[in-house]
Design a protein around this ligand. Structure first.
Ligand SMILES: NC(=O)c1ccc[n+]([C@@H]2O[C@H](COP(=O)([O-])OP(=O)(O)OC[C@H]3O[C@@H](n4cnc5c(N)ncnc54)[C@H](O)[C@@H]3O)[C@@H](O)[C@H]2O)c1
Length: 282
């Protein structure tokens, strides 16, 4: 997509972190914004903030893990702004710990948001994009966790591998049948966001959380690492470039430690070597 002015962007997980940085960057491009998030107060605050800067913004409380909720988001976006041109399936959550110690609710919650969130976005927005026929773009937020595997974060790695595979398959399907719609997959390194506090948005029905020492250790580690990382604005600017240039893989710079870890994993697969734990030096 080249000219973003006056076009409409829908961003999920837009009340915090990378999602809000995306909203700021696309507002600066003169886009109309639909911000979707499960956290009502934070969403309201972000909508007010962007409106005070002159942006046209609609906030829609949405649970991306819920099919009807994403259908309602698509209807609200269409009713307010007409055609949607850019969809950022960005909402995501994290939980950590040893795989066999995680509860069923841990698996279900993270899979609902990180995988089903993207699936619902694809199902409820792509048909209308194909129908209106204008240039469009879809950005799915995966992670460098989708390109390598590390201990005590198995659920997160599994869902981010799924997010990357879904995105690659969406790219193939659209190239075949609707090439005016571009696709990017954002695979961020660590960023200073609220992801370590993701449990704040766990639904009551999936509240049963693994409480083991390893789980707490994993959460302390991610909290520590993200708080010392780069501002999410850096990633939002990477996404803007990717949308303008129709670039699929949105990766950290070549010298980033996560790139080394991802290459090591691919080399292991290539050489049929057993996986080796190589922590990114962060
Ligand atoms: N921060 C990092 O280091 C990092 C690294 C790689 C990938 N990511 C990915 O970036 C994306 C954004 O995360 P972030 O780091 O900005 O975290 P964040 O917690 O700051 O923002 C995530 C937003 O998603 C919202 N959300 C959670 N569950 C939702 C649901 N069911 N429906 C709708 N919204 C929901 C939250 O309320 C929050 O506003 C996620 O997909 C995450 O996995 C983050």
């Amino acid at each position: 997509m080249q000219d973003l002015t006056g076009k409409t962007a829908v961003i999920t997980g837009a009340a915090s972190g990378i999602g809000f940085a995306l909203a700021q960057v696309f507002a600066e491009q003169g886009m109309q914004l639909v911000l979707a998030d499960i956290e009502t107060d934070a969403l309201e605050k972000r909508v007010t903030e962007l409106r005070s800067q002159g942006a046209a913004v609609l906030g829609v409380v949405t649970d991306v893990g819920d099919d009807a909720s994403v259908a309602a988001l698509a209807s609200a976006a269409a009713e307010t702004y007409g055609n949607v041109h850019l969809l950022c399936n960005n909402a995501g959550v994290y939980t950590g710990g040893l795989l066999w110690e995680q509860t069923e609710a841990d698996f279900e919650w993270v899979m609902r948001v990180n995988q089903w969130g993207i699936i619902h976005g694809i199902r409820h927005f792509v048909p209308a994009m194909i129908e209106h026929g204008q240039d469009c773009h879809i950005v799915n937020t995966a992670s460098m966790a989708g390109l390598c595997t590390l201990p005590i974060a198995g659920i997160y790695h599994m869902t981010k591998h799924a997010a990357l595979a879904l995105s690659e398959c969406l790219y193939h399907d659209l190239a075949l049948s609707a090439p005016q719609i571009g696709v990017s997959c954002l695979c961020p390194e660590l960023a200073d966001t609220e992801i370590a506090r993701a449990r704040r948005n766990r639904p009551a029905t999936l509240a049963e959380e693994n409480q083991t020492a390893m789980h707490e250790f994993a959460h302390a580690a991610i909290s520590d690492a993200t708080s010392q990382s780069k501002p999410p604005r850096v990633l939002a600017e990477r996404v803007l470039q990717g949308v303008l240039e129709r670039q699929f893989y949105l990766l950290p710079p070549a010298d980033d430690p996560w790139i080394k870890t991802a290459h090591k994993r691919l080399d292991d697969v290539h050489a049929a070597r057993n996986p080796e734990f190589l922590a990114p030096e962060i």
